[in-house]
Each structure stands twice: as C-alpha cells, then as structure tokens.
Design a protein around this ligand. Sequence first.
Ligand SMILES: Cc1cc2nc3c(=O)[nH]c(=O)nc-3n(C[C@H](O)[C@H](O)[C@H](O)COP(=O)(O)O)c2cc1C
Length: 372
Amino acid sequence: MSKKILRTSLCDQLDIEYPILLAGMGGAANAELAAAVSEAGGLGIIGAINLTPDELDAEIRKLKKLTSKPFGVDTIAPTNMVDAATIDELRNYIPEEAVAYASKLVKELGIPVPDGTRFGKEGGTGWAAGMTPKQIEVVYDHKVPVFAAALGSPAFMVPEAHSRGMKVIGLVGTVNQARKEAEAGVDIIVAQGHEGGGHTGHVGTMPLVRLASEAVAPVPVVAAGGIADGRGLVASLALGACGVWCGTAFLCTYESGIEEVAKERIIKMTERDTRVTRVFTGKTCRLLTTKLIEKWEKEGPMMPFPLPIVMCTSLQDHIGKAKLVDYYFIPAGQICGAVTEMKSAGQVVKEMVEEAVRLLDEDLPARVKTRK
Ligand SMILES: Cc1cc2nc3c(=O)[nH]c(=O)nc-3n(C[C@H](O)[C@H](O)[C@H](O)COP(=O)(O)O)c2cc1C
C-alpha cells in the first residue's frame, strides 16, 4: 500500500510528516519511544520529569543516535512548588504523619518493606523546582527543536527559545489558561481534556478543544486526552485542532519505558478503570484505580504537590520488588479501553494515519450525506 498523506499546518510548523505528537510522559516516553514516533513521521517527545540533568543529557544523546528527525523534551514548569533544589531537600518536607501512615499501610497490604523505611525517593529529579532550569540548560545545549511544559507556563523561556530557533508548547486544561499562554507568545497550545492520563483538569476534551481553538486562533491548538486512533484524530481536527498529543495510546508499545507488568495490566483495563486522585502527586492526576489508592484517599494524609510523588515513587520501588502489580501507580487515560494489544510505536502511528485517511476519504462521505 502506498504511503498515506495526512498533513495540517502543524506539520509545516514542526517539520514533521503527520500531525501526531507523542505526549511527554515521565517514565514512559524515553529516547527509544520518542525516536520511534519521530521515525514514523510524528514528533517524539522525551518525558524528562523523572530525569536528572545528566540523565536527560544521556537520553537526548541516545535519541540522536536513533533518529535525525525533529523531536522534543517535556518537563514541568510549576510556579507554586515548595522551594527545594533537589529531591533530597524535598524529602525533608514530608511530614512524619505521612511516613507513619505509609508504614502502617504497607504492613496492612502485605508489601514487604524493612522497618524504619523513610519513604522518600533519593536522588535528584525534575520534581524539585530547582531542577527545571538545569533541565532547560541541557535542552538549550542540545538545540532540542521543541520544548513542552505542563503544570505551569513555559512562557518565561519563549524569547530565549525563539532566539535559538526552538518552538515552545504549553499544556492547558482550560480556555483561560490557553488564552494566557497564547498572549505570552507560546507557539503551540496542547489542550488536554479530563479524560487524559496523568495530571488533568475538569473540562472534557470535546468542549475544551473546540472552545480553546476558537479562543486563541490563529495560535495552533493540539488536542489531548482520550485520543488513541484515527477516529480521535479526525474528531480533533473537526473540533478545530491541528493535531493530536497522545499518551495512553503509546503506553503499551514495545519501546515504552513503563514496566512490562504495567503494560499487561493496561491491556486488560476498560474505560472505567481509571480515577482522578490527588494521592499520587498532590494535584489531580488520572491513574489506574488500585486498592491502595482507594484506601489512601479514604484515610491517608493529603500533602501538597509534589511531596506525594516523592513518597509514592519510593513506595513503588517496594511494590515493584514484591511484584504486587495490583498496587502499582500507573498513570493512564480513559482511552486505555481501546489499548488491547502490544504494538510497536511505528505501528500505532501508521494505523492512526491510515484510519484517519480512510475516514476522511471514504467512511465519512459514505455514512454522512451532505447532498441529495
Ligand atoms: C504514564 C503517563 C505519564 C505522564 N507524564 C507526564 C509528564 O511527565 N509531563 C506531562 O506534561 N504530561 C504527562 N502526562 C500527560 C500526557 O502528557 C498527556 O497529556 C496525556 O497522556 C493525554 O491523554 P491520553 O493519555 O488520553 O492520551 C502523562 C500521561 C501518562 C499516561
């Protein structure tokens, strides 16, 4: 079959073949996955949130060996974080009450953990506010073509990024946020609806994309949240978006960085198996529902962003060692119901494009009559 053509203005803006962006997912969107999406004609984006500046540097080098096509890096740019330069400093903010609760919980759930464990991930990652500027330096040094940030605005770096020929993407969950990003000069706005995996707002993808596209035009809007195939892509274009930003669709690919057991679990999940909780990071975040999350929500202490993630990633290490998959923290969106088998990332992109083209060229004209 000949190669399909599916182009929008986003393809020209980012110098890519198809208007499909890999969502920058910490832990999942590694160099292999990002390179595979770029190679397939989309834009691969490394999720840098869990990486130290040195690790990010290594990941970008790895990607550059795998592809010479455009790519991006995504991290967070939050404004209301406790002032900590490293994760080790961040650990000091975790209240004793929370450590005590986690110790009690692991005993109740039978998660084997040595007595006296402090539950705070060691090492430095992007979850500490002091890390973001260092990650951005790495991005500049590597002349990364696209930088994306969520949970805060990347607008502060637009002039510098533009002077280096880079594009800046801001992720938003409301029309107001989209307007602010557009006014601040961000190049592309990703509007992520409630159904999306990871941090998410209250507004669904349909109203958000339609309203945000209109509100910020001519600034391009890319749709996110619940999009995993050609149907989602075509619907997004109809709503006014010029492309899609997909996370959950790529979780169960051979290249994705999440653990194999997590992939197996996602494949079995339906659209009802996720929930939005503050347990994982302190902000509303969509994850697969587990007994651990339900229990913590009912009786556990709530902490401000990003303290819970420092505890939860440490808990996750113990859960992983004990192979207690049912307690894993796995961010995923409602569209996990459509993720039913393992594929390569290239296959996901190819099928998305082929289905979208078929819909536009054949299925919709056959199903929808606009003339007598
Ligand atoms: C496993 C996972 C990790 C994520 N990590 C991040 C992240 O580090 N930074 C970010 O901006 N968004 C993150 N997100 C959100 C995605 O960027 C994206 O907006 C979302 O996945 C879109 O919805 P979908 O999952 O329905 O495709 C994550 C999502 C998932 C599923």
